[in-house]
Write a protein that binds this ligand. Structure first.
Ligand SMILES: *[C@@H]1O[C@H](CO)[C@@H](O)[C@H](O)[C@H]1NC(C)=O
Ligand SMILES: *[C@@H]1O[C@H](CO)[C@@H](O)[C@H](O)[C@H]1NC(C)=O
Ligand SMILES: *[C@@H]1O[C@H](CO)[C@@H](O)[C@H](O)[C@H]1NC(C)=O
Length: 321
C-alpha cells in the first residue's frame, strides 16, 4: 500500500512541476526604446501571456528582486527615475500565474544601455573612400585614447549596434565590411563602452557615409540599357509574329476540318489554301498546305514528293466515284 501512495504523490508532484515549467515566459521592453542617458526617467514593461498574482523585476543573476507588482492582468510597469550609473545593467522579469498556477521562467535578459555625456565621443574614419564599387572591402576605424574599453559600430536605421570590437594598444578599433553591397550604404557612427561596473557608453561620435555603387555590366556582353530595350522590343515583336502566325494556321486548319465534315461544301474563302493533287493520285486525297504564305510556287505535281519545310495534312477523302 505504501509504495502506491508514494507513487501517487510522486506522480502528482511531477505533474505539478511540469505544469509550473510550462508557464510561458513574459517579455520585458524598454520605453523610450532608443536608449537613455544618465538622469533620464525610463519605464520597463513586463508583458504577460496570462493574469498573474505578482510580477517581479530582477537584476540579471541577482536572486533578490528589485520591485514587485501584485494582481496584474497583462502588463506591469516599473519606473526608474533619474537613472544612475548602477541602473545601467541587465534586467529580467518573472510572474506567478493564477490559473494555471506556478511560477514562470524569467524573461529574456534586457540591457539598459545608458549614455554618459561627461565622456567625449570617439573619432571615426572610413577607408579607402566613401563611394566604392560593390564587392570592395571597407574599414571603419574608431578611437579614443583614454577611455575606450570596447567599441560599438552603429548604422543609421538600426536601433542596436551592428558590430563591436576591442581596441588595440593605441585605443583604436577597426571594423571591416567585407565585399560590400548596396545594402551596406548608409551612415555609420561609433560609441565606446566606459570601463567599470555597468552598461555605460560614450555619446555617439560623428557620422561617416558609405555609398556602394552597383557594379556596371561587363562591356561587350550587352551594351547597356538602350540596347537592352531594343532587344526587349525585338523579342516582343518576334513573339507576337509567332503567335499571329500560329493563330492563322489554326484558323485555316479549323476551316478545312469544318469543310471536311460537310462533304458537299466547296472552298470559298480565298485565304483557305487548298488545291487538288494531280488526277493520277490513286487515293484521290485532298491536301491542305499548312503554310500561311500563298500561292505555292511549286507545280501541283511536285506536291506528291513534298519538300521538308512544307507540311501537309490529310483532311478528308473524295474518292473518284
Ligand atoms: C523624472 O520623474 C520625476 C518624478 O516623477 C520628475 O520630477 C522629473 O522631472 C522627471 N525627469 C525627467 C527628465 O523627465
Ligand atoms: C577582401 O578581403 C578578403 C579577405 O581578406 C580578400 O580575400 C579579398 O580579396 C578582399 N577583396 C578585395 C576586393 O580587396
Ligand atoms: C552626418 O554628419 C553631418 C555633419 O556632421 C550632418 O550634417 C548630417 O546630418 C549627418 N547625417 C546623419 C544621417 O546623421
Amino acid at each position: 500500500m505504501a509504495p502506491m501512495v508514494v507513487n501517487l504523490i510522486l506522480g502528482w508532484w511531477l505533474v505539478a512541476v511540469s505544469r509550473a515549467q510550462k508557464l510561458p515566459r513574459p517579455s520585458l521592453s524598454l520605453h523610450p526604446s532608443q536608449g537613455a542617458s544618465l538622469g533620464d526617467n525610463v519605464t520597463l514593461r513586463c508583458h504577460l501571456p496570462q493574469p498573474a498574482a505578482w510580477v517581479r523585476l530582477y537584476r540579471y543573476q541577482n536572486p533578490t528582486y528589485i520591485e514587485q507588482k501584485d494582481n496584474v492582468q497583462d502588463m506591469a510597469e516599473f519606473s526608474l527615475t533619474s537613472i544612475k550609473q548602477e541602473d545601467a545593467v541587465i534586467y529580467q522579469c518573472q510572474y506567478q500565474g493564477l490559473a494555471p498556477a506556478g511560477t514562470s521562467q524569467k524573461s529574456d535578459p534586457m540591457e539598459l544601455l545608458v549614455t554618459d555625456h561627461r565622456y567625449p565621443p570617439p573619432g571615426i574614419s572610413l577607408s579607402p573612400k566613401e563611394h566604392v564599387e560593390m564587392g570592395s572591402n571597407i574599414t571603419i576605424q574608431c578611437w579614443n585614447k583614454d577611455y575606450g574599453a570596447s567599441f560599438l559600430l552603429h548604422k543609421g536605421g538600426h536601433s542596436a549596434p551592428i558590430q563591436h570590437q576591442e581596441p588595440d594598444y593605441w585605443g583604436t578599433a577597426t571594423f571591416t565590411l567585407f565585399g560590400v553591397t548596396p545594402a551596406d550604404s548608409g551612415t555609420y557612427r561609433c560609441s565606446y563602452r566606459i570601463g567599470g561596473c555597468c552598461l555605460l557608453f560614450s555619446p555617439l561620435g560623428d557620422n561617416v557615409t558609405l555609398e556602394v555603387i552597383p557594379r556596371p555590366a561587363p562591356p561587350g556582353v550587352n551594351g547597356g540599357p538602350s540596347r537592352n530595350l531594343v532587344a526587349a522590343v525585338a523579342g516582343g515583336c518576334a513573339a507576337a509574329i509567332v503567335i499571329i502566325t500560329v493563330s492563322f494556321l489554326l484558323v485555316a486548319l479549323r476551316r478545312q476540318m469544318q469543310r471536311a465534315e460537310r462533304p458537299g461544301a466547296t472552298p470559298r474563302s480565298p485565304e483557305a489554301v487548298q488545291f487538288q493533287v494531280s488526277p493520277g493520285d490513286s487515293e484521290g486525297l485532298t491536301y491542305a498546305q499548312l503554310q500561311a504564305v500563298t500561292p505555292s510556287t511549286h507545280p501541283p505535281t511536285s506536291s506528291t514528293t513534298p519538300e521538308p519545310p512544307i507540311i501537309y495534312a490529310e483532311v478528308g477523302t473524295r474518292g473518284p466515284r
